[in-house]
Design a protein around this ligand. Structure first.
Ligand code: FE2
Length: 263
């Protein structure tokens, strides 16, 4: 009888642990599903933007890993990269972004509102991801303080936004856009180098332009250009416009699912 007491305490503790683990797993799945849904909304509205933000996330993660950032920060960078342009979906901007004509000065001013509009869209998630809206709001800030919307300078710009700014510019240069043709990999690296200390964080630029990082970026860029089927196999004629990246949240939620086998 004496032995039953510690046994029941142990069983209760185990039960509590299992329950807590299960609740955390479900919360992670809900969070993953929310982010996937938001990404689906971006794809549905504009597949080109969906492809752009995935490439930006890929490049941003390569840079973040090279900077030896911890996993929590990398996940945060991934989220900021994937949702940095969500403000472009705003009713006031969507026609401007889809109109093939050159922007008028008034339209240019309107475009500069997209970082704050994006942060507003993401506001309900700020309880769970406090860095997300701040990072999105700051992705057009510049290291020298001449960016928008708040003219933040240097390290006052959130790290996530500094990383994403380089990845975003790199992708904007290497992919054709409404107003500009795509330029070569070397032209893009020259543009990033030219922005060192003015547009971009100088330490991050040095890292981005280091040979091992450039090799990874170039490989990722080639993969993003390669047509893929929905299953990821390269085949002629059956292409998917949006390249796949392995989301950190998806990895985690899938591995959680395989552990406890619940629906
Ligand atoms: Fe932007």
């Amino acid at each position: 009888m004496r032995e039953l007491v510690p046994l029941s305490v142990g069983a209760a503790a185990t039960g509590l642990f299992v329950r807590e683990h299960s609740m955390r797993t479900n919360a992670e799945r809900l969070s993953a599903a929310t982010l996937e849904t938001l990404l689906n909304a971006i794809d549905a509205n504009d597949a080109d933007t969906g492809a752009h933000v995935r490439r930006v996330a890929t490049y941003a993660l390569i840079l973040g890993e090279a900077a030896r950032l911890d996993n929590r920060t990398l996940r945060s960078i991934e989220r900021v990269a994937l949702f940095h342009d969500v403000g472009k979906l705003h009713e006031a901007l969507t026609d401007i972004f889809h109109d093939p004509k050159k922007l008028t000065p008034e339209e240019r001013r309107a475009v500069t509102t997209h970082p704050l509009r994006g942060a507003e869209v993401l506001e309900p998630l700020s309880v769970f991801y406090p860095d997300l809206g701040k990072g999105v709001a700051a992705h057009h800030e510049r290291w020298d303080g001449s960016g928008y919307p708040r003219c933040l300078k240097g390290r006052r710009i959130p790290l996530q936004a500094r990383v994403v700014a380089i990845a975003d510019s790199f992708d904007a240069i290497t992919h054709r856009r409404r107003y500009s043709h795509e330029r070569s990999f070397s032209e893009a690296t020259r543009a990033i180098a030219a922005g060192k200390g003015t547009q971009f964080d100088p330490d991050l630029v040095d890292l981005f332009l280091s040979p091992p990082v450039l090799a990874k970026i170039e490989k990722a860029m080639r993969q993003a250009h390669t047509p893929r089927t929905k299953r990821g196999n390269r085949r002629r004629g059956r292409t998917q416009r949006v390249p796949d990246i392995t989301f950190r949240w998806r990895q985690r939620s899938l591995s959680s699912r395989s552990r406890d086998h619940r629906p």
